[in-house]
Design a protein around this ligand. Structure first.
Ligand code: SF4
Length: 327
């Protein structure tokens, strides 16, 4: 089975769920087994800074959210966290922050270099930067940069991300794509007023960019953000369909399995939600590295909540998949 066109993608997105479960979802899982030995990748997630100058309408860390307690974790503590990742036996770290111009960029480079010294695969998301900074990250050995386009619809992008432009986003994405770093990118599924046609365009863009990782999740409205007035959580059904479509279109891509379930209160750590995503072809789980007191303050989305390594271990066992420890 191949999926190549927007029409084919739309057909699946519009397909009754039972038909999807009996055909596309099963095929996606088979493709994962054939191409990736049914493996799960685990990445340590470290939100080292929750300060952001931007005003994305959906994000709990937007500059306008005065209710949020802000923090910056300094270089020495960041290095200790990287040591802890190594000690846990993990081989990948995802360093993530808001767009905080006051975090010393030299320290960010040191964080990347230290991760590389430890032999970790280092992935980073720090938003839109200058090309010089992307170049410096590449020179420091950064393996992957995560810059989501969030939506490929220019008007919707302009509405939900008023602090930047779609043109600049794509310029940054293309710069990263042409560097030695891998590019991770993707969309938010089920934004208010988003159509399935737009989701299909998003999937086509991910394919065109030949991304290394699809860090996709449904829209999960954060209280006290402007977009939360406009609608509820994105559809889990569409999320699972998108996961399977991506697996079939890009057999080797990493896809976030940290997904909520149909329960509207469920978090990214929801066991059933995670297992559903793994059975639809996703393969990437997270381990939380923030100290417990700070976890709730890294609230890019509502219910971000992820777990420690023991719970992830249990989940991998339950899924009967293999934890891919060497990469
Ligand atoms: S989505 Fe990212 S850039 Fe936008 S406000 Fe949140 S942290 Fe900042």
């Amino acid at each position: 089975m191949t999926i190549q066109t927007k029409t084919e993608i739309l057909e699946i997105l519009n397909m009754p769920n039972e038909e999807f479960n009996n055909s596309i979802k099963k095929r996606a899982k088979e493709i994962h087994i054939q191409n990736n030995d049914n493996s799960v990748d685990v990445i340590a997630l470290f939100g080292y800074d929750n300060i952001c100058k931007n005003q994305c309408l959906y994000c709990g860390m937007r500059a306008g959210n005065s209710k949020l307690k802000r923090y910056r974790i300094g270089l020495e503590d960041a290095k200790k966290t990287e040591d802890a990742v190594k000690k846990l036996g993990l081989n990948k770290i995802f360093l993530i922050s808001g767009e905080d111009p006051k975090y010393d960029f030299k320290d960010i480079l040191s964080m990347v270099e230290y991760g590389k010294e430890l032999g970790l695969f280092v992935s980073m998301a720090a938003g839109e930067l200058s090309f010089e900074k992307y170049q410096a990250l590449e020179a420091a050995g950064l393996d992957e940069y995560v810059l989501k386009f969030e939506t490929s619809d220019k008007d919707m992008f302009a509405k939900i991300k008023p602090s930047t432009t779609f043109a600049n986003r794509i310029k940054c994405i293309k710069y990263i794509k042409n560097s030695k770093m891998k590019l991770a990118s993707g969309n938010i599924i089920g934004l208010p007023q988003q159509t399935l046609e737009q989701v299909a365009d998003d999937i086509m863009l991910m394919k065109e960019l030949e991304i290394s990782w699809a860090p996709i999740i449904p829209y999960m409205p954060v209280p006290n953000t402007p977009l939360a007035q406009e609608g509820g959580r994105g559809s889990i059904e569409t999320t699972l369909k998108e996961i399977s479509i991506l697996r079939i279109m890009m057999p080797q891509v990493n896809i976030t399995a940290q997904q909520p379930s149909e329960d509207p209160k469920s978090s990214l750590a929801d066991v059933q939600g995670n297992l559903n995503a793994l059975s639809a072809g996703a393969n990437m789980l997270f381990v939380e590295m923030l100290p417990p007191a700070l976890i709730k303050d890294f609230n890019v989305i509502n219910n971000r909540m992820i777990e420690g390594v023991e719970k992830v271990n249990k989940l991998v066992e339950m899924s009967e998949m293999k934890w891919n420890k060497i990469k």
